[in-house]
Every structure is written in C-alpha cells, then in structure tokens.
Design a protein around this ligand. Structure first.
Ligand SMILES: [Zn+2]
Length: 143
C-alpha cells in the first residue's frame, strides 16, 4: 500500500526551498531519506542534465554517495525532489518519463511566484500522477 502523506520537518522544507532559490534559473535536485513516512534527512545532488533549465538528472557520483549513506544509516530513500524555477509544481511530461522509482515520492518545488514557493508531492507510476499530502513537521522547543 502506498503512503498518502509524507511528513517533512519544516527545517528541511526551508533548506529545500533555499536550495531551489540558489540554483535558479536552473533546476536543482536532491533526495530525502527517512523511515516510515517521516523524512529525517535531505541530500543535495548536482544536476548534470544537458539542459538544466528545463530538466534534471542526478550526478551518478552523487547518487551513489547518497544511496550508500542512506544504506549505512539503515534508512530508506523516501523522496526525490527537484525545482521548477518558473513553472507550476506539477510533474512535466519529462518528469513522468524519468520517474524510475515507483516507491518514492516525487516532490516538486515551484518558484513561479518567488515570494510564495509551492511544494507538492506526487506518486508517479506507469504514467499516472497521484498527489500525496506534504505535512510540515514543526519540532516543539525542548523536544
Ligand atoms: Zn520537473
């Protein structure tokens, strides 16, 4: 059964948005790991796509390094994120075509309205798009 909610600490969401802003006008990409449906860690990866303004492609070295680290921590790869510097937070035809991990959530950060970044998550499987809920987690002081 697929998870319908992905819980992401607010600090990690902030970091992903900062990453997207730093990379503008190119797309940035990264991986989120965690356990269950709770994200615990974000990894930035280099986008080595030929046309990084319109698509993304993980650097194989980064991907290897990240998967190895996730393995060593006995966590799971939970999500793949990338940014849309100027278009809505919705999977493009290319995103669908390049969705190789049906068990992962695909998170898209849109900076189409720079003052109001949008973060949405999807399952992409067999060309189907199913939105899932991103639930920000705020840690209570003293926790
Ligand atoms: Zn995209």
């Amino acid at each position: 059964m697929h998870k319908q909610v992905i819980r992401i600490p607010q600090t990690i969401l902030d970091d992903m948005i900062a990453h997207a802003k730093e990379g503008k006008p190119e797309e940035v990409c990264g991986i989120l790991s965690g356990q269950g449906n709770v994200v615990t860690r974000a990894y930035r990866a280099q986008n080595v796509a030929e046309k990084p303004v319109v698509t993304y492609n993980f650097s194989p070295q980064d991907q290897y390094r990240i998967f190895k680290d996730i393995d060593e921590r006995e966590e799971e790869m939970m999500a793949i994120y990338h940014s849309h510097p100027a278009s809505p937070a919705y999977p493009s035809v290319t995103d669908l075509r390049l969705a190789f991990y049906p068990e992962a959530s695909y998170i898209i950060l849109s900076l189409a309205r720079p003052e109001q970044p949008v973060v949405r998550a999807f399952r992409l499987e067999d060309g189907n798009i199913q939105e899932i809920t991103v639930e920000p987690v705020t840690t209570q002081p003293g926790e």
